[in-house]
Ligand binder design. Structure first.
Ligand SMILES: N[C@@H](CCC(=O)N[C@@H](CS)C(=O)NCC(=O)O)C(=O)O
Length: 203
């Protein structure tokens, strides 16, 4: 049976999971949740994801939210694609990038988006944008350091670490964020974007 992905097409957190579903060729059904209409706050949706955010994955009787947890689940469910790491240290390295993304990079991007585009002008807080930009620059420096040494975040193999972080960096152009001061990161971003699964996701 196909898995169901509840999500909003323009959300990077949703796209992270769509990218993964395409990578592993998982039969899936996309169920749109329109954030602009508050569909993520309906009782029906909150019964699936009490945290009221997208995405949410439903695999028959199993419900899972938090996009990075979903990536780990799909990597384990489709092990033949080797996207979740094999050995304990490789898995731990991958988790490190997933957490960096969930805790630092993703929220910084979300703050910039909210306080430059999404919120009405009177609710925007410029100081938040400034600190989010500083946080993003710091994280980009960390990513640059790693990607100057290896082609992918977890080393020699493309993994869910790359899928996760690339979904976040994909919104950089829309937010006017330039990756070119980070040449290895920019080259990695282009490398990820050449993957057929990425093209399907971001078409
Ligand atoms: N850490 C969560 C973040 C999910 C998230 O914040 N999703 C946004 C869309 S990109 C959302 O649902 N926003 C609706 C809201 O905050 O009300 C994940 O990785 O799944």
């Amino acid at each position: 049976l196909p898995v169901k992905l509840y999500g909003f097409p323009f959300s990077p957190n949703t796209r992270r999971v769509l990218f993964m579903l395409h990578e592993v060729n998982a039969p899936h059904e996309f169920v749109p949740v329109d954030l602009t209409q508050g569909e993520h706050r309906t009782p029906e949706y909150l019964a699936l994801n009490p945290n009221g955010r997208v995405p949410c994955l439903v695999d028959q009787d199993f419900i899972l939210w938090e996009s990075n947890a979903i990536l780990q689940y799909l990597a384990a469910r489709f092990p033949e694609h080797h996207l979740g790491g094999e050995r304990p240290r490789e898995r731990a390295d991958i988790a490190c990038w997933l957490f960096l993304n969930a805790a630092h990079l993703g929220p910084a991007v979300a703050h910039i988006f909210a306080h430059t585009m999404r919120l009405p002008e009177e609710k925007r807080i410029p100081a938040l944008v400034e600190s989010a930009r500083a946080e993003l620059a710091r994280c980009f420096g960390v990513l640059e350091g790693k990607l100057a040494q290896s082609p992918w975040l977890a080393g020699t193999n493309f993994t869910i670490a790359d899928i996760s972080v690339a979904a976040t960096t994909s919104v950089a152009p829309m937010l006017g964020i330039d990756l070119s001061p980070y040449p290895s990161l920019a080259a990695w971003d282009r490398r990820v974007a050449e993957r057929p699964a990425y093209r399907k996701t971001f078409a």
